[in-house]
Design a protein around this ligand. Structure first.
Ligand code: GLU
Length: 488
């Protein structure tokens, strides 16, 4: 790749399901690289595998990218100079190049039936340099027979003819020089019997035709790359620069499988993160650090800051463990940065989903109280239920520590004062409490702690006077009476 070649990168998902978190990381790194180098970022849908095609997956992928704000310059919906961007609409290109490979003697027709293949696999394993000589293909059959079979419409696939005893070498920005011995590479099917290309053929043809300068993708594709390099060579094309991103590992080590993720409560799909109420900016920030390191202590980056700081040189080669606590920590900072109005607006659907009804002003008040105490927006509801419903239990350790013989009397005396209050706001409930404490000759804490326990069921939480005011007069008095009944 010449130094002055314009940067063009692509995110090339297969629409085989919803976009998962690893896919989003790949998209993000491509985006960062493109923006950093003022290049183009392309979305290409690799939908040639009809058996694995999932309707709606492309829409999900596009929506997920739009939710996190990764915009691309060319893609199936908006088009671009290299359209179309859906491989199923580009099949002529693949067929044409498969033929070129055959003509160059770098690929061949194979006519083996399913049974023959089955038998071969059982006996020998792979269809490769060592076994292809025993199979029914254009390397072993006389030309006239090949001709006859093709004319008769016999089903065939086109396979890559992997050269004998060679080493395929390529450079990877992240891994340095990589080499594979051709004896490890099978004669990959390039064109299937239904006339559709496999991933390998379509991928390299499009990367070439779309002038892709850098292929940035997950490590799971590293072992496919020597096949691609062989095809580039056979077609007389210069391969793009490769960068294979490190694997995302489970917190327990080992590749993070969907099963492990489910077991460990790690959301797999981008939509799951959205539904769980994560901030899209936080998710991107977190994913950026899952493989890339800025080389400073800094960990919080807005997207434009990541663009500035990003470089492939600072992406590591070894797997990185997924750490949900880290994501929550990052998310917490983005929640802190929201205005109260924004937080309330984001929180409303989650509050309603819990079945709670609350007016705008009150929700804003609640948000103000809890904003510094939550990590994700839904916790406005799920971590603070006492704002919406009476507690059904009292935290045991809190009762142990904060509730004593005089608590019941003090609380009852406090409720008597609160009954008389017309303007039930933070200042008033505080004044009433402090006056009562003075009158009884006790510290304010002797009333504050039992009040908190009674009203929220907990011994910790936002400032108690704000809490009481937000819960409201009737509910506070009711809850205090109830606590006295239950706790004695
Ligand atoms: N379609 C492949 C995928 O689903 C693309 C891999 C690549 O970027 O080459 O991930």
């Amino acid at each position: 790749m010449a130094a002055d070649t314009p940067v063009r990168v692509r995110f090339a998902p297969s629409p085989t399901g919803r976009l998962h978190i690893g896919g989003l990381r790949t998209a993000l790194y491509n985006y960062l690289f493109a923006r950093k180098h003022e290049g183009d970022f392309v979305l290409r849908i690799e939908d040639t595998d009809q058996a694995r095609y999932v309707p709606g997956a492309e829409e999900d992928i596009r929506e997920a990218l739009s939710w996190v704000g990764l915009d691309y310059d060319e893609g199936p919906a908006q088009g671009g100079n290299y359209a179309p961007y859906r491989q199923s609409e580009r099949t002529a290109h693949y067929r044409e190049n498969a033929e070129k490979l055959i003509d160059a003697g770098r690929a061949y027709y194979a006519f083996d039936t399913e049974e023959e293949l089955q038998e071969m696999r059982e006996k020998h394993g792979a269809y490769d340099i060592s076994t292809r000589g025993q199979m029914r293909n254009s390397l072993t059959l006389p030309d006239a027979e090949v001709e006859r079979l093709l004319e008769a419409g016999t089903e065939y696939v086109v396979r890559l003819k992997v050269p004998r005893e060679e080493t395929v070498r390529f450079d990877d920005v992240i891994r340095g020089g990589v080499s594979f011995d051709t004896s490890e590479i099978d004669d990959q099917v390039l064109l299937k019997s239904d006339g559709m290309p496999t991933y390998h053929l379509a991928n390299i043809v499009d990367d070439h035709l779309m002038d892709i300068s850098h292929v940035i993708r997950g490590e799971e594709w590293l072992s496919s790359t020597p096949k691609h390099v062989l095809m580039y060579d056979a077609l007389g094309w210069t391969p793009p620069t490769f960068a294979h991103l490190p694997l995302i590992l489970s917190p327990e080590g080992g590749k993070l499988s969907k099963r492990d993720a489910n077991r460990l409560g790690i959301p797999v799909y981008v939509t799951d993160y959205r539904e769980a109420g994560y901030e899209p900016e936080a998710l991107l920030n977190f994913l950026a650090l899952l493989g890339w390191s800025p080389g400073t202590e800094e960990e919080l980056f807005a997207l434009d800051e990541m663009v500035k700081a990003f470089s492939l040189d600072r992406v590591g080669a070894s797997g990185v463990q997924f750490d949900l606590d880290k994501l929550r920590w990052v998310n917490e900072h983005y929640v802190r940065d929201l205005s109260v109005d924004e937080l309330a607006e984001k929180a409303r659907p989650f509050v309603e989903a819990e079945g709670y009804k609350v007016g705008d002003d009150r929700l804003r008040t609640i948000c103000e109280l809890v904003q510094d105490r939550i990590q994700v927006v839904p916790e406005v509801a799920t971590d603070n239920r006492y704002f919406y419903e009476d507690p059904d239990a009292y935290e045991e350790a809190g009762v142990e520590k904060r509730w004593n013989e005089e608590s019941a009397d003090l609380l009852l005396a406090y409720t008597e004062r609160l009954e008389e209050v017309d303007n039930f706001d933070t200042d008033t409930v505080e004044t009433e409490l402090r006056d009562l404490a003075d009158e009884k000759g006790v510290g304010a804490g002797a009333i504050i702690h039992p009040s908190r326990l009674a009203v929220s069921g907990r011994s910790y939480g936002p400032g108690v006077f704000g809490l009481l005011a937000a819960v409201g007069k009737d509910a506070c008095i009711r809850r205090m009476h109830r606590a006295v009944e239950v706790l004695g």
